[in-house]
Design a binder for this molecule. Structure first.
Ligand code: 13P
Ligand code: ZN
Length: 271
């Protein structure tokens, strides 16, 4: 049996980009073992032959009902799979799933019955929201960026507004490319449905969500942009940490300087 990617150059190109991002996650040290996961809405590449493909798994439950996802198809990283393996071959580290008509369950159609990530309910709830608001966004990315996770171990930075202000003030590009900032979700068990509602609420307001003592969730029109959002904010956290290593607390740009960037570049303050 060949891969679903054979003779589907557009789908292959989209997944090549996912694989490229998976490689960056590993290189950055954000993807230990099976750490992190991602989904990509690939419905635009689905043809009649794909629609007719039989399921190769039993019906699996999402854990929530997501009406916008009816008839949608997603590429999902497999649970327990390594980003560094996915970087070489996305179909060996993940699978393509079809959402069923009840909008609460799905089945795997290709290439192998690799069970999707344990965080699938958060990913798909965000995908549902992105369709609902007509954003055109297709990608969700959860990863473990070291400096941002480290900051989430301090009570001081568990306040979304404060953390956002600190990060924006580290380097002008942070505000320019993450103008909505970062929202914090209090600790909850990884992969639990408890994470779903608070993550969704925060992603409606912020560019990136920080799961306390765990990792980030970002969205984008494609996987590269979701990666960039995380990278921009983690760079600011890294500058904050580097200053601490030098023995001082980074002064930060003044609130006036930050405000000027917002005004001059006419940056949005909501999605
Ligand atoms: P999965 O291997 O199930 O995707 O889990 C990785 C992870 O980071 C959980 O939060
Ligand atoms: Zn995780």
């Amino acid at each position: 049996m060949g891969s679903i990617l054979n003779n589907r150059p557009e789908l292959k190109k989209a997944l090549d980009s996912v694989a490229e991002v998976a490689g960056y996650l590993w290189q950055k040290g954000w993807a230990e073992r099976n750490g992190g996961n991602l989904t990509l809405n690939i419905t635009e590449y689905v043809d009649d032959e794909m629609r007719a493909m039989p399921a190769i798994s039993k019906v699996l439950q999402i854990g929530v009902t997501l009406p916008q996802l009816k008839g949608c198809y997603f590429y999902c990283k497999g649970t327990g799979k390594r980003m560094r393996d996915l970087a070489r071959d996305p179909m060996a580290g993940g699978s393509i799933v079809r959402i069923l008509d009840d909008c609460a369950s799905y089945e795997i159609i290709a290439d192998e019955a690799i069970v999707p990530t344990s965080e699938i309910s958060s990913h798909l709830a965000i995908q549902n929201y992105m369709l609902e608001c007509g954003s055109g966004y297709k990608a969700t990315l959860h990863t473990h960026p070291i400096e941002l996770v480290a900051m989430s171990h301090s009570q001081e930075f568990l306040d979304s507004e404060h953390l956002t202000q600190v990060l924006w003030s580290m380097i002008p590009e942070t505000l320019a490319f993450a103008p909505l900032g970062i929202g914090v979700v209090p600790y909850a068990l990884p992969s639990s449905t408890e994470l779903v509602a608070p993550t969704l609420e925060q992603i409606k307001r912020y560019d990136v969500v920080l799961w306390e003592k765990h990792g980030t969730v970002a969205v984008g029109p494609d996987m590269m942009e979701a990666f960039d959002q995380t990278d921009v904010l983690n760079k600011a956290a890294n500058i904050y940490m580097t200053a601490k290593n030098f023995g001082f607390t980074a002064e930060g740009m003044t609130p006036e300087a930050v405000q000027k960037i917002r005004t001059v570049f006419n940056l949005p303050d909501h999605r």
